[in-house]
Design a protein around this ligand. Sequence first.
Ligand code: IMP
Length: 477
Amino acid sequence: MADRVILEAGKTFSEFSLLTNFTSKDCTLQKISLGSNLGGMKLRLPFMSAAMTSVTGYEMALSLGKEGGIGVLPARLSIKEQVEIIEKIKGYEMGFVEDPIAVRETATIDEVVRLVEKHGHSKVPIADRNNVFLGLFSFDKYLETNATPGESVTTIMIEPKDLPCSKNPNISLDEAKSELTEKNYLVVLDELGRLVKIAFRKDVENIAVGAAISTHKGWKNRAKSCIDAGADMIVVDTSDAFNEFTMKVIKEFKEMNDSIPICVGNIITYDGAKYLMENGADLVKIGMSSGSICTTQREKATGRAPMTALLNAARARTDFQKDTGKYVPLVIDGGVSAAGDMIIALTVADVVMMGGYFNHFFEAEGEKLDENMQVTNHEPDIKYVATWGEGSARARNLDRYGHVARKTFFAEGEEGTVENWGRLKPKLKQDIRKIKAALSNTGCMNLEEFRNKAVIELMSTYTQQIVGNTHNMQVKE
Ligand code: IMP
């Protein structure tokens, strides 16, 4: 009996605090990598956007993919829709940034930092009044210098002699690409040293995109069509994956394909995670009842606090690796809504999937609303983005909510709105810096090291209130 009643309360991300560890002088934000290897597929960022119709469509998948994460196209889309988006993303070629936004040598560091925060581009060229290139401002470098905001930007710019530059203004994209295999960017100048364009490596790399499938009839055709179109990952999207249907799908998927990974979820227990690993899942996705729009706990008292679910899945990962030598990456899905949550989650998980967080951005699929809650497409008017879960009235996804619910269906998610945060890139970059800063505090150069070394500590509710907030003061409006 004792085993069947757990009296220790489940935990979520914000109940933990990360401890610091020794940081060497080499452990700088510039050098820290957030790359991850997911069953053979490499990402530059440990982020997946949720397979929700109000979150991931072409715009979100493209923007997140360009930054180095992966968008997962919902299984609720038709096969044709999924395929068209995948093909469009795979056909997308960013190429050169022509006419890059440059600043004059008279600009202060402060002015350039504001530009960076607005656009999210962390590198800004500096040119004189004749557009002659003088150097490059790098936000990461700025963070590591002692320069003060009021100083001239030229005091910390990287000089042209230290930068990869091409003096051939007619350089083709293919020629640039071959140079970008070793460099992160290439500044293209004309014979008078004037700035013409810049090519960034991340703009010419493969943009990853994932596609969700269900375990219901027709999944095979959907998976095959998406793989043929170029999908980099298939995600079996069910609210409860600890069942025979899922096992059968993994087995048949493996017979059909061995080139791209299959991510399977969701589960919330040690046994559930072990079951999926033993049956061949390349990645295991964790979470139930913790999603921002989720009503599962309220409706059927089922689910688990996300950090507890993740820690149990991680035990299964360790045991499975001991037995087989195979490391199965974990995706935490649901309840991660801010950089602090991402940091705690990444002490255990390999990747973070988010719905509500990405929903805030202009690129989300949800309708854009003005302050009168009227649909608008006019960017400056957008105040809110509509959000709905896959189990809500608008998105009712019988496939995701499965076999039992199929006949007696009840909603497991609600609809609502979230504040508009503007474009994805600037905020995402800011949150990436917070994550890198946390890694730096723990002396970790990459996420694998972070998962192995990071120590987190549980706080009491009282401590959390004091430590997690400002206190004994009035915050200035
Ligand atoms: P969020 O990042 O906290 O918003 O959680 C996103 C996750 O919520 C998704 O990836 C799904 O696993 C889950 N989800 C999506 N739609 C629903 C729903 O209608 N009910 C319950 N959970 C949902």
